[in-house]
Write a protein that binds this ligand. Structure first.
Ligand SMILES: Cc1cc2nc3c(=O)[nH]c(=O)nc-3n(C[C@H](O)[C@H](O)[C@H](O)COP(=O)(O)OP(=O)(O)OC[C@H]3O[C@@H](n4cnc5c(N)ncnc54)[C@H](O)[C@@H]3O)c2cc1C
Length: 387
């Protein structure tokens, strides 16, 4: 019987891995199990597709049937994996039981929901896959005003996209600035002004207490009792790695499914990749770590153990009202020096030693300098000591 690699999840991690594996091994059996249908799409496109008028179907880059044929992978879509038996080396899914020689968990992350009371809590939307986007787009028909909860990367991107689509947008956050985890205060202030100039309203330092049905749409009530009505409420307060399946199977988990730099979990022949993984202590829920991880893991699974090596990976914030690129410093100690210039803002983060540069931020036209700055920075794993 030939060797079988089972991958759970058909997001960027799962499908990128199949592509990399097939470059190295034409023979191995690959089975891809997923709750989703298995079509390949770019998740980052979900937060800037509305203004371009794109339907969910238009965002599919490669349909599952085409992937299956081109990559000779068995895709079992629409199936829920409920358990892993690492002793028997099997995975139990609603579509049956699958035996593996190597198993890869590429199960992603789920949107967190804000702790809000009220009778319309269940009506809040979040967008984390193509089906969510289709539902969101459908619910936006006739919507004039939308509230977004969360002023992070995803919240700001949706705010800008909705605003470009002609919809009134209010963004709420308990934090005092947008992109709170990414930007130093001076950059966040300029970023906020630019988005406000495009018509987006921010309600920062604001706790939301309730969401209730209104005569039309929903009524949001803040912690201070202020109320406002919206046609739709979108939650974008952040993602949490999906660890339950791994934890229930006895794998070591923390913030994510813990792996070493070979992307090996604590169980033999079980690996993790993508938003669900905590690689040598780091959860990096972005596309570039997946690209590098998929390449390394494909080599490992093909018989050449290869540690993942990340270069510095700038995060691009897709808000045309204020383009932004950030390479966050690994730890907060150190200091930012920020300069506002006519073509945008440049910020450099110096590490605590006062010598080395370990992060940067660029706003406006200055974003064109991102590659030259990134090339000078160490990658995230070079900053942590090997175990
Ligand atoms: C709106 C939005 C915009 C973004 N923009 C950017 C950006 O500009 N730049 C950037 O770098 N990153 C961006 N990101 C993050 C980036 O998209 C993610 O890091 C990446 O797509 C994660 O891929 P993944 O395969 O790890 O996870 P996912 O895409 O979440 O895939 C997980 C897969 O596992 C399946 N699954 C989970 N549990 C089970 C189960 N029990 N049984 C069966 N199947 C299961 C799911 O159905 C899914 O197919 C954005 C994210 C969002 C939501």
């Amino acid at each position: 019987m030939s060797r079988s690699i089972v991958i759970i999840g058909s997001g960027m991690a799962g499908i990128s891995l199949v592509r990399e594996l097939r470059k190295l091994d034409k023979q191995v059996d690959i089975v891809l199990l997923s709750r989703e249908p298995g079509d390949f799409y770019s998740k980052p496109a979900l937060s800037n597709a509305l203004a371009a008028g794109k339907s969910a179907a238009a965002l599919v880059l490669t349909p599952a049937a085409r992937l299956a044929q081109d990559l000779r992978v068995r895709i079992v879509g629409g199936t829920e994996v409920s358990a892993i038996d690492t002793g028997a080396r099997t995975v139990r899914a609603s579509a049956g039981v699958f035996r593996y020689d190597a198993l890869v968990l590429a199960v992603g992350a789920s949107q967190r929901l804000p702790p809000i009371a009220g009778e319309a809590v269940g009506a809040m939307l979040s967008v984390n896959n193509l089906a969510d986007y289709a539902r969101f787009r459908e619910r936006l028909t006739d919507a004039r005003c939308v509230a977004i909860i969360g002023a992070g990367l995803i919240g700001c991107e949706f705010a800008n996209d909705l605003s470009l689509a002609g919809i009134d947008v209010d963004v709420y956050d308990v934090a005092g600035q947008p992109l709170g985890r990414l930007l130093p205060a001076q950059a966040a202030a300029l970023y906020r002004r630019q988005l406000e100039a495009a018509g987006i309203r921010f309600h920062l330092d604001t706790t939301l207490a309730r969401i209730d049905p209104a005569e039309r749409g929903y009524l949001l009530t803040t912690g201070t009792g202020a109320t406002a009505r919206y046609d739709l409420v979108l939650s974008a307060i952040g993602l949490r790695p999906n660890i339950a399946l791994a934890r229930d199977a006895g794998l070591d988990t923390g913030a994510g499914i813990r792996t070493d730099r070979l992307l090996r979990t604590s169980m033999q022949d079980v690996y993790a990749l993508g938003d669900c993984a905590e690689v040598d202590g780091l959860v990096l829920p972005y596309v570039l770590p997946i690209t590098h991880g998929a390449r390394a893991l494909a080599a490992t699974l093909s018989g050449l153990p290869t540690e993942v090596r990340y270069p510095a990976m700038p995060v691009v914030v897709k808000t045309p009202a204020c383009p932004a690129v950030v390479c966050p410093p690994p730890v907060a100690n150190g200091a930012w020096s920020v300069a506002v210039e006519p073509d945008g803002l440049r910020g450099i983060h110096r590490a605590a030693d006062g010598q080395s540069t370990d992060g940067f931020v660029l706003l406006g036209a200055a974003v064109k300098e991102r590659m030259s700055l990134a090339e000078r920075l160490p990658g995230p794993l070079t900053r942590t000591a090997p175990k």
